[in-house]
Ligand binder design. Structure first.
Ligand code: ATP
Ligand code: MG
Ligand code: MG
Ligand code: MG
Length: 442
């Protein structure tokens, strides 16, 4: 078969030498040393691996591998939000002050709100969240009928908050990605049902990622409303304190407790254990707080105007990435939830001039057939073509970046019954498999 027709069908694998990872294998540089006391494991590992690069306090370049991981996370979130009827939209980040004055949050948000003026001297803020904007939108829809409810609108966009202490990399940025969903319902009962279904969707998202999250009762803060839960990932670096009952299902953020008590307010007999958590999601039942203010109404079954019952639901998209790395990684190496790893497989051909040099062709062949035979790996395989480096050095890099699978094509591939070495980095297992068995595993 002529080479040209062949190569047209096969996309070349991604070459490590071509990947853009500016900080990879280099010292973290003066930028990060300056913020030395602010770093944590995920920030250190992400900067070392060339996943993020600091720009200014609380703002980072999200480098290509991070964007891939984010796109994968967004896909999971989209699936689960759409599964419960969510419709995706995208609202402006530039929000005019008048809406924020109606809700009084122009003053309540204080210094956390990034404020600016346009050329006419009109006040704006950069959206830290979008209750005002979305309720304004729905209020402008004429003839919204009860038949269209529940209405679940969500977006995945950048949010801006002038945090007093931006730190810990993507865990607390001043500019970050959030998924925010807003629900509109016909009644309090219906709104509670929606609230429950969103909580279940969140639980499914974290389960799919392999993250053990706890759902705790939470404060409603300045968003307001009646009922609220946080999804917390237990971790020492977490800035929230959680109380979980040892005997019953009670769990709460300390912020909700009047006194810090040690006996359970629910079962009265159990004792509460305290731990720290990273808040990765937050759900609120809002009632009519915003819909009353902005007059978000629908026509009910009796054809009368009625004010919608609302809920809002946030997920910290970039925070989840960093939090997953924080809790899953070792001190030296990033470990990803399998679904989010930027690339699934890294293939290492032998070192140039080594005894196994002849296996180089086999390694290239292996990559091409793997991409063709295992469809879900298309575009997910990286070929570490830095063959002037020893296998050991390249293995170290691969471990640091956390590809779920690393395949070494060496001496074993040249033997009568060819064997490929595969390292499953999530479980730390090493196996020597035939090509067929390896394709099944991957
Ligand atoms: P925190 O208590 O950590 O400041 P928050 O309660 O102010 O968070 P919410 O208003 O509930 O945050 O926003 C919804 C979600 O957005 C949070 O659960 C979190 O996952 C994410 N988030 C909030 N602030 C940040 C930030 N500065 N950087 C990254 N993610 C954030
Ligand atoms: Mg906050
Ligand atoms: Mg909070
Ligand atoms: Mg919160």
């Amino acid at each position: 078969e002529p080479a040209s027709s062949h190569s047209r069908q096969m996309k070349p694998p991604l070459l490590v030498s071509r990947l853009y990872q500016p900080s990879n294998l280099r010292d973290m540089g003066p930028d990060s040393r300056m913020q030395g006391e602010l770093t944590c494991k995920s920030q250190r590992l992400m900067q070392q691996a060339g996943l993020i690069h600091p720009f200014n306090p609380g703002c980072f370049y999200y480098l290509p591998a991070t964007v891939r991981a984010m796109e994968k996370l967004v896909r999971v979130i989209d699936q689960e939000m759409q599964q419960i009827g969510g419709q995706k939209l995208d609202m402006p980040s530039l929000c005019s002050a008048d809406l924020w004055q109606i809700s009084q949050r122009w003053d309540l948000m204080g210094k956390e709100l990034f404020r600016l003026k346009d050329r006419h001297g009109v006040n704006y803020c950069l959206g830290p969240t979008h209750e005002e904007a979305v309720t304004h939108l729905v209020a402008h829809q004429t003839a919204l009928s009860y038949k269209q409810l529940p209405l679940l609108l969500y977006q995945i966009t950048r949010k801006f908050r002038d945090e007093p202490k931006p730190r810990f990399g993507l865990l607390r940025g001043r500019e970050f990605y959030m998924k925010d969903m807003y629900s509109f319902d016909v009644s309090e009962e219906a709104a509670y049902e929606t609230y429950e279904s969103v909580c279940h969707a969140y639980t499914r998202i974290f389960a799919r990622l392999g993250l053990r999250c706890v759902q705790v009762q939470a404060d409603t803060g300045n968003i307001g409303g009646k009922l609220s839960h946080e999804f917390q990932l237990p971790a020492d670096i977490g800035e929230d304190r959680l109380l979980v009952c040892r005997s019953c299902s009670f769990s709460a953020n300390v912020e909700t407790m009047l006194s810090d008590r040690t006996d359970c307010p629910q079962c009265k007999t159990g004792t509460l254990s305290e731990s720290k958590g990273i808040e990765v999601g937050h759900t609120f039942y809002l009632g009519k707080k915003y819909s009353d203010m902005f007059n978000a109404v629908f026509s009910n079954a009796q054809n009368k105007q009625s004010v919608a019952e609302m809920g809002c639901y946030g997920l910290g998209v970039t925070r989840i990435l960093a939090a997953a790395i924080e809790v899953m990684s070792t001190d030296e190496s990033i470990r990803w939830p399998g679904l989010l790893a930027p690339y699934q497989v890294c293939v290492l051909p032998p070192k140039k001039g080594s005894k196994a040099d002849e296996a180089t062709g086999l390694a290239e062949d292996f990559v091409h057939t793997l991409g063709q035979t295992v469809p879900h790996l298309r575009g997910e395989i990286v070929f570490d073509d830095r063959t002037q480096m020893t296998i050991g050095k390249r293995l170290k890099d691969a471990s640091r970046l956390g590809y779920p699978y690393v395949v070494v094509v060496g001496q074993g591939a040249l033997e009568d019954t060819p064997r490929f070495e595969v390292i499953c980095q999530q479980t730390d297992e090493t196996m020597f498999l035939s090509k067929e068995d390896l394709f099944c595993l991957l």
